[in-house]
Design a protein around this ligand. Structure first.
Ligand code: GLU
Length: 681
């Protein structure tokens, strides 16, 4: 690779910085073109699927284009997908570190897979006959990134997972107020099929179409909420009651099709979920409790009845008469059983949940399927009542709107981030999937996604909205910069956020080291008063060495008063008078620390995202350490290669004069030493 090529690229970057940064981040070996495969890989690594409808014209252009793409073509190709590709290349999709997230989820999945507890639902044969070992998970983000594992593409019975959607469809048709004339929004604390109804006073002057159905009395009895069976039968009854059963079922299946992004361009649904008629018939055959509930709803007057009159019946036998069953009851039940018997894959359900997470817009089709208001009204009810009579515990432990079904599915909504569906048919006593529950719990114990995590500074858990390197940078970088600049205010506010001021960076350099190196006496005192202990850095150096090397005598005295045996650091500098290359300054200091963490972890994807965002590869931190120092010290060969072929100079020197080659030698990283030596000649 030639230096001229890099300088050609540099001049390109000067011309059209933003787009050139994207292009540059993908160029390999200093070439001035991008390989088509590199672009596809980068999109795949960001969690976008090749069959994503938003990328179809881009892929067509790529096919037509051949293997290499020059700058001008690159720009016109990526523009075919709006901002999507740019966001993916810059690591700005909902889950920015998709690879790391996937690895963590894979690990959790493999552990949970070992669980065999629980029983299949047995009240009807089609549910009792499924393979109990099935296990799948799918996660879809609001940007349409898709994570799938296990049996994520197998159809299964959605059962009660249809309930939040029925509720949404009814609200879309009638509005919140009218729907809640017929159903409450209170947690029931009872079994999902309990026959008890909520007694409540009718408030307001509701005079709408359904008012005549005995709703004007002082008390009304309604199902507790739309997530228990009574409530779901009710909401099913409210969806297009004037239409025939087949029209209504078709309408609902099309709505599900839109939630999942199967809608065709003309607005019609190209595909709809499979309907398992046998399942619906068995539900009907064995559904005594649900049937009782249907009549109960009619009896209390909250289920609107059809407008049929009692006809005169004529029978030859004078005692015979036509036995009347109110069609509104049978229609509501029939529709309810049918919707429960729709079959979808975990990926489909996760997409529908992602539509909820995305305030009603399907992430892939980009069509608005539900209004923001509908989603906003549905999620709280889901959160308080979605998990049968374990809803309270679930809210506390997992803290997310969720709904489970006896088919073994659990859907979770992480608002403004993602939809999740876990499918595994063995159920616990409450009817929730055992593995599904465990996955959900482990997801929140790994990631800060609980509704009330906003106030947490729990460094043991990760923020999925940040790349892991950024997360690490945030948890130490701010304190270190503040300490080195003498900013006690910032440190005080970090203390009140319960942030750990002892956390070191990739070199285990801590706020105390930097304050000592920079002669920030007040900061050193403040940190010691806070109980922060001096610890050795990567080279065995304590903060006292920093103070001593920089002649900060008062600080040295302070440390000498502590009862600690300090060791001396070992820095290898083979040729202190040798060539010295320039280290770049970059104003966003935390981005620099993120770059150095990414280099430490050999996370080339993350480095590429930062380059695409315009961070210079040779940016240095408070100790003049650069990404190449860190990649060399950790033996991160791919990162070393990427950095060098993207213009990182070799002879940068840190605070102690060490070059990346010195670092690789000191840490005995043979392959890096060989690579750097080869490169130097
Ligand atoms: N079809 C089932 C019933 O109503 C749904 C049960 C469930 O998933 O909770 O009994």
């Amino acid at each position: 690779m030639s230096k001229e090529k890099i300088s050609q690229l540099e001049s390109l970057r000067a011309k059209s910085k933003r787009e050139a940064d994207l292009f540059f981040s993908l160029c390999e070996n200093g070439q001035n073109f991008v390989e088509s495969k590199k672009l596809k890989d980068a999109l795949g690594n960001s969690g976008l699927k090749p069959n994503d409808s938003r990328l179809q014209s881009l892929f067509k252009r790529l096919e037509a284009h051949g293997d290499t793409i020059v700058f001008e073509d690159f720009i016109s190709i990526i523009r075919t997908s709006g901002l999507l590709v740019e966001k993916a290349l810059r690591g700005q999709l909902a889950l920015p570190d998709f690879i790391d997230f996937s690895k963590n989820l894979d690990k959790i999945f493999d552990e949970v897979k070992k669980m065999k507890a629980g029983e299949l639902a047995s009240y009807i044969p089609p549910l009792a006959e499924v393979d109990p070992d099935q296990f799948g998970i799918a996660i879809v983000t609001i940007d349409g990134q898709i994570y799938e594992r296990g049996d994520s593409l197998k159809d299964f019975s959605i059962q009660s997972m249809c309930k939040p959607f029925n509720y949404c469809f009814a609200m879309e048709e009638m509005g919140l107020e009218k729907v809640h004339k017929h159903v409450g929004q209170e947690p029931s604390g009872r079994q999902f099929d309990d026959l008890t109804l909520l007694a409540r006073t009718v408030s307001g002057n509701y005079t709408g179409e359904y008012a005549k159905d005995n709703l004007e009395g002082r008390f009304s009895r309604v199902p507790f909420n739309p997530m228990v069976n009574a409530g779901a039968i009710m909401t099913a009854g409210l969806i297009n009651p004037e239409d025939s059963y087949t029209q209504r079922l078709r309408y609902i299946r099309q709505k599900f099709g839109s939630l999942v992004g199967w809608t065709a361009d003309d607005g019609s649904s190209a595909e709809i979920p499979r309907f398992n008629k046998d399942m619906a018939r068995q539900e009907n055959f064995k559904g005594y409790n649900n049937i009782a509930m249907g009549y109960l709803l009619m009896a209390t007057g909250s289920l609107p009845h059809t407008k049929t009159d009692l006809h005169r019946d004529i029978h030859p036998d004078e005692d015979e008469f036509d036995f009347y069953i109110e069609p509104a009851v049978t229609e509501a039940l029939k529709l309810y059983f049918s919707i429960c018997s729709l079959e979808m894959t975990a990926t489909d359900v996760a997409m529908a949940a992602a539509t909820l997470a995305n305030s009603g817009v399907c992430p892939i089709s980009q069509h608005r399927v539900l209004s923001q208001k509908t989603v906003r009204n549905c999620l709280p009810v889901l959160q308080t009542s979605g998990m049968y009579n374990a809803s309270g515990t679930f809210f506390q432990e997992v803290g997310l709107p969720a709904k489970s079904g006896v088919g073994g599915g659990i859907l979770l909504v992480v608002p403004q981030l993602m939809g999740v569906c876990i499918f595994s048919p063995r159920l616990d006593k409450q009817g929730n999937s055992v593995r599904g529950l465990e996955m959900a719990k482990r997801l929140t114990s790994k990631y800060l996604v609980h509704t009330f995590d906003g106030t947490m500074t729990d460094t043991g858990r990760l923020d999925p909205k940040l790349p892991i390197a950024r997360w690490k940078a945030d948890s130490c970088g701010e304190a270190i910069w503040a300490a080195s600049n003498g900013n006690i205010r910032t440190l005080e506010s970090l203390v009140s956020q319960q942030r750990d001021l002892q956390t070191g960076d990739y070199d285990i350099r801590t706020p105390l080291h930097l304050a000592s190196a920079e002669g920030q006496f007040e900061v050193v005192k403040f940190l010691l008063d806070q109980g922060v202990k001096p610890i050795p850095d990567r080279w065995g150096g304590y903060p006292i060495s920093d103070a001593r090397n920089n002649n900060h005598k008062k600080i040295v005295d302070l440390f000498n008063k502590l009862d600690i045996k300090y060791t001396e650091p070992f820095h290898l500098v083979e040729n202190p008078k040798g060539k010295t290359d320039k280290i770049a300054k970059f104003e966003d200091e935390l981005m620099v620390i993120e770059l150095l963490f990414a280099a430490t972890e050999n996370n080339v994807d993350n480095i590429r995202h930062l380059v695409a965002k315009g961070v210079p590869v040779n940016a240095g931190d408070y100790d003049l350490r650069t990404a190449l120092h860190l990649a060399a010290a950790e033996g991160s060969l791919e990162a070393v290669e990427y950095l060098i072929t993207h213009g990182h100079p070799l002879n940068v020197r840190d605070r102690w004069g060490a070059t990346p080659l010195d670092e690789a030698k000191r840490e005995k990283r043979k392959s890096v030493v060989n690579f750097l030596n080869k490169y130097n000649h």
